[in-house]
Design a protein. Structure first.
Length: 466
């Protein structure tokens, strides 16, 4: 289900937005995926009606009638904003995130808020306080995380596109597991205003779609400077390069592929082969400091999370639990003990530890230095090649409860965290199924702010005959 195809149908009058929204609502109602935390049926139908009127009167806006699901850490006025946490179970935001405002103005229809790992911390959607999300085609498997609900929402045809957030892979990894496109834009390309912060220097709002073209259409609307986010890019985002011909592509070597499943390695080799057959030059690249990607990410992400989540104190937002004794310290302790789940507490404790005065230099400062090495390394890599390709994940979707060891779970983010550390754009492209029918994704990474170019190239690839 792509927006581009449906838009054509809307214009030709072979379907209506109300009809499409009603079908999506029916699918959500009968599905057992637990992808949605809140369905906005009445509002969506009302917006759909307005979209149909606009099509009828020739006033359709750029994304008129695009059906959008929104991860539940993005602020949408009129809906709850829970971050899949008990802490915010009943919290209602008073404003729209910039991405929501821009999509709304462009004619999008918001169908619901999607389930996720609590505060976007996780890779399997198992840390949600409101139950697991199930894989769209394999019920015993995880959909990936943390934006698992958004990935399933798109894969199960309950919307055209979905918004997610990607701090270390949370759009690309579930996109790969569920067989859809998943885009993490360059840091600063999309405003974070209205996104509940996990790790502010790594977070980006991203897009799930059934085609690169749909993701690009969303980026056109949500991308660009926002006065409400001082880290958003100041300059207009560059357009795609005009020639979409063969490119110089970097690939990774066997050392980085050693922990991948056979099916992923095979799909990757076939993909590189396909690129060569299409006339691309494919060269093996040594990626910068890959052995420290995961530790660097988890030190920086937890440090920033421990600071960002300090605002959930029982005073300002959501839950308040009275402590056994009087006084605010007791109340804050009781609230945070009851409101946060195990993974969130683990991250806060680790982050507080790496920032503590005795260990700050040894961990946090060292991780900042490693970040610089990784980012500079990428700049050099992109002096040699136009784009990089690598697997999105070491394995296809795994079983529920397969990664009970948190470190094992963290290691599954091997290929995704470096793009966030360096700030560069990256996306996962669905390339087929393994022998068990599980989707496999290939990741493309591009130079800073080459988002439109990367999307155009991916679109060209999907249109090319294999
Ligand atoms: N899986 C990673 C983590 O647990 C990434 C999460 C994300 O991108 N939000 O931190």
């Amino acid at each position: 289900m792509t927006y581009a195809e449906d838009r054509l149908r809307y214009t030709q009058g072979t379907t209506s937005v109300v009809e499409r929204v009603s079908e999506c609502l029916k699918r959500i109602e009968t599905s057992t995926h637990n992808a949605y935390l809140q369905v906005l049926a009445d509002e969506a139908l009302k917006q759909a009606q307005e979209s149909d009127e606009r099509f009828a009167s020739g006033l359709a806006r750029p994304l008129e009638g695009m059906i959008v699901a929104v991860k539940d850490n993005i602020s949408l006025k009129g809906a709850r904003l829970t971050c899949a946490s008990r802490m915010l179970e009943t919290f209602e935001p008073v404003f729209d995130a910039t991405v929501i405002e821009r999509l709304r103005d462009a004619g999008a229809v918001f169908i619901g808020k999607t389930n996720m790992d609590e505060f976007a911390m996780g890779s399997s959607n198992e840390t949600s306080a409101f139950g697991n999300v199930h894989h769209p085609t394999h019920p015993g498997k995880v959909p990936g995380g943390s934006s698992g609900g958004s990935a399933v929402a798109v894969a199960a045809s309950t919307c055209h596109v979905a918004l997610g957030s990607d701090t270390g892979g949370s759009v690309r990894q579930p996109a790969a597991f569920c067989g859809v496109y998943g885009l993490k834009p360059s840091y600063g390309a999309v405003s974070r205003y209205g996104l509940v912060a996990f790790a502010s220097s790594l977070d980006q709002i991203g897009v799930f779609a059934n085609s690169a073209a749909d993701a690009a259409a969303v980026m056109e609307v949500i991308g660009g400077h926002d006065p409400m986010d001082s880290t958003s890019c100041q300059e207009p985002l560059p357009a795609a390069r005009s020639t979409n011909g063969p490119r110089k592509i970097g690939r990774i070597g066997s050392a980085l592929l050693k922990d991948c499943s056979e099916s992923v390695v095979q799909a990757y080799e076939q993909y590189c082969e396909r690129l060569i057959n299409a006339g691309c030059t494919v060269v093996e690249i040594e990626l910068p400091a890959s052995e420290v990607w995961i530790p660097t990410y988890f030190i920086l992400a937890t440090a920033e999370a421990s600071s960002n989540l300090a605002r959930f104190d029982g005073v300002r937002y959501g839950l308040r639990v009275q402590g056994s004794a009087d006084g605010e310290v007791d109340m804050i302790t009781a609230t945070r003990s009851a409101g946060f789940g195990t993974e969130v507490k683990r991250r806060i404790m680790l982050g507080t530890y790496v920032l503590s005065s005795g260990y700050h230099d040894a961990y946090y400062v060292t991780a900042q230095k490693a970040r610089r090495v990784i980012a500079d390394g990428y700049t050099k890599v992109f002096e040699q090649v136009d784009l990089l390709v690598m697997p999105t994940t070491p394995t296809p979707a795994f079983d529920f409860a397969a990664n009970v060891d948190p470190v094992q779970m963290w290691l599954s983010d091997l290929f995704t965290v470096s793009a966030n550390i360096a700030g560069i754009p990256a996306m996962s492209i669905p390339v087929g199924l393994d022998a068990n029918g599980l989707p496999i994704g290939i990741q493309v990474q591009a130079p800073m702010f080459a988002d439109a170019d990367m999307l155009a190239w991916a679109d060209g690839q999907s249109n090319a005959t294999p």
